[in-house]
Design a protein around this ligand. Structure first.
Ligand code: NAD
Ligand code: TDX
Length: 344
C-alpha cells in the first residue's frame, strides 16, 4: 500500500532526514510533514534542498498530545524516528529518554488509534541485549555464532535500549488490544553522512580532522553490525508499503566489525598510523556484540542492501565530514568537553 501524506517524526535527525530525502527522491508524489523538536541532535540543515511544496517542517514535541492529535488527524501514515538516541547520554541522565522514547511513542499511538492511521515504529537491535563474542564461543569462533531474530528475547542493557524496548512493547500491545495498524523494525548500527558527532564513527573522523586522538572504549573488541543509513531507509519504506500489520522485521546488512578494526580503518583511510588513538574508560554495561539475521525482511518482502562495501562507505563518510566542516565544527568542543568530564 502506498501513502500520499506521511508524518516523519524525528525527520531532522540523522536517520529520519535520510528517510525524508529517500522518499522525496524516489516517491516525489508523497507529501511529507516532518515533526521534530530540534533537540541538540536535530538540524534544519539536514533537510536543505528539498521541495518546500512537498516537505514541511513542524517544530514540536511528540509528547504534545494536542499538536500530535491535530497533525495525525490529517495524515495517512506516521513513520516514527524521533528519539533520544545516544547510550552514553542515557547513562548520565535517563529522564529525556523516558519522556521522549516512552511517553512520546504512547502519545503517537493514541493519536493513530483515534484516527485509524498506519504507524511504523523505528527501533533498534539493542532491545535484545547483546550476544557473546564469536571468539568466546565453544570452538573459538568457528562459524557465524548466534544472531538476533524477531523471536529473540527482549533483554536491554541501558536506559536508552530499555526505553526503546518499552516503546516496542507499547506498539505490540496497541496492535493486539486496539487493532492499531502498526509494524516495527529493529535495525543495527547506522553510519553515513549527517550523523551527530557524539556517535562512534563521526566522533573519531572529526577527532582526526581536529588533531585530537580518537578514543576507543576498553579493549575495542565489542562488535557492531554496521549498515549504511540509506539501506535502512529503503528497508523502512519496504516495510511501510509491503509489511504485514503486527509484524516485526529486523534490518541488517551483514556488516559485523569490532570497534578496534573500524577505528584502524578510519586511521588508515585518513593517513594516520594505525595505533594513533587513546584507550579510554569503558562504557558501563557495554554490550559485547550485535548481529542481525534479516532473512525475514529479505525473503518475505524482497529487500536487499545496496551499500555492501563497508570500507568504501566509510571512505565516502570520511570525505563528507571533511567537506562539511561547518555542519559539525560548532558543536565539536562542547561534545568533547562533555566526554572528557567522563574520562572518555
Ligand atoms: P538522532 O539523535 O540523530 O535524531 C533524533 C531526532 O529526533 C532529532 O532530530 C531530534 O530533534 C528528534 N527528537 C528528539 N526528541 C524529540 C521529541 N520529543 N519530539 C520530536 N522530536 C524529537 O537519532 P538517529 O540516530 O537518527 O535515530 C533515529 C531513530 O532510529 C531512533 O528512534 C533510534 O532509536 C533508531 N535507531 C538508530 C540507530 C543508529 O545507529 N543511530 C540504529 C537503529 C535504530
Ligand atoms: O568514542 C567512542 N568510543 C567507542 O569505543 C564512542 C562514542 C563509542 N565507542 C564504542 C561504543 C560502541 O561499542 O563504539 C560502539 C558504537 O558506539 P555508539 O556510536 O555510541 O553506538 P551504540 O551504542 O552501538 O548505539 C548505536 O546503535 C544502535 C546508536 O547510537 C543507537 O541509537 C542505535 O539504537
Amino acid at each position: 500500500m502506498e501513502y500520499k501524506n506521511i508524518i516523519v517524526t524525528g525527520g531532522a535527525g540523522f536517520i529520519g532526514s535520510n528517510f525524508v530525502h529517500y522518499v522525496a527522491k524516489n516517491h516525489p508524489e508523497v507529501n511529507i510533514m516532518v515533526l521534530d523538536k530540534l533537540t541538540y541532535a536535530g538540524n534544519k540543515e539536514n533537510l536543505a534542498g528539498l521541495n518546500p511544496e512537498k516537505v514541511k517542517l513542524v517544530v514540536g514535541d511528540i509528547c504534545d498530545a494536542e499538536l500530535v492529535d491535530e497533525l495525525v488527524s490529517k495524515t495517512d501514515a506516521v513513520i516514527h524516528y524521533a528519539a533520544e538516541s545516544h547510550n552514553d547520554n542515557s547513562l548520565k541522565d535517563p529522564s529525556p529518554f523516558i519522556e521522549t522514547n516512552i511517553i512520546g511513542t504512547y502519545t503517537l499511538l493514541e493519536a493513530c488509534r483515534k484516527h485509524n492511521v498506519r504507524f511504523h515504529h523505528v527501533s533498534t537491535d539493542e532491545v535484545y541485549g547483546d550476544l557473546p563474542l564469536r571468539e568466546d564461543l565453544p570452538g573459538h569462533g568457528e562459524g557465524e555464532g548466534e544472531k538476533f531474530t524477531p523471536e529473540s528475547r527482549y533483554n536491554p542493557s541501558s536506559p536508552y535500549s530499555s526505553s526503546k524496548a518499552s516503546s516496542d512493547l507499547l506498539v505490540k500491545a496497541w496492535v493486539r488490544s486496539f487493532n492499531v495498524q502498526a509494524t516495527i523494525s529493529n535495525c543495527s548500527n547506522n553510519y553515513g553522512p549527517y550523523q551527530y558527532i557524539e556517535k562512534f564513527i563521526p566522533r573519531q573522523i572529526t577527532n582526526v580532522l581536529c588533531g585530537i586522538k580518537p578514543k576507543l572504549y576498553g579493549t575495542g573488541q565489542n562488535v557492531r553490525d554496521w549498515i549504511h543509513t540509506e539501506d535502512h531507509s529503503s528497508a523502512v519504506w519496504t516495510i511501510l508499503t509491503k509489511g504485514k500489520i503486527g509484524e516485526t522485521y529486523l534490518i541488517g546488512a551483514d556488516g559485523e566489525q569490532n570497534n578496534k578494526d573500524v577505528l584502524e580503518m578510519i586511521l588508515e583511510a585518513m593517513g594516520q598510523p594505525k595505533d594513533a588513538y587513546d584507550v579510554v574508560k569503558d562504557r558501563p554495561g557495554h554490550d559485547l556484540r550485535y548481529a542481525i539475521d534479516s532473512t525475514k525482511l529479505r525473503e518475505e518482502l524482497g529487500w536487499k542492501p545496496q551499500f555492501t562495501n563497508f570500507k568504501e562507505g566509510l571512505e565516502d563518510t570520511i570525505n563528507w565530514y571533511r567537506d562539511n566542516r561547518s555542519w559539525w565544527e560548532k558543536d565539536k568542543e562542547a561534545v568533547e568537553n562533555n566526554y572528557a568530564k567522563n574520562g572518555q
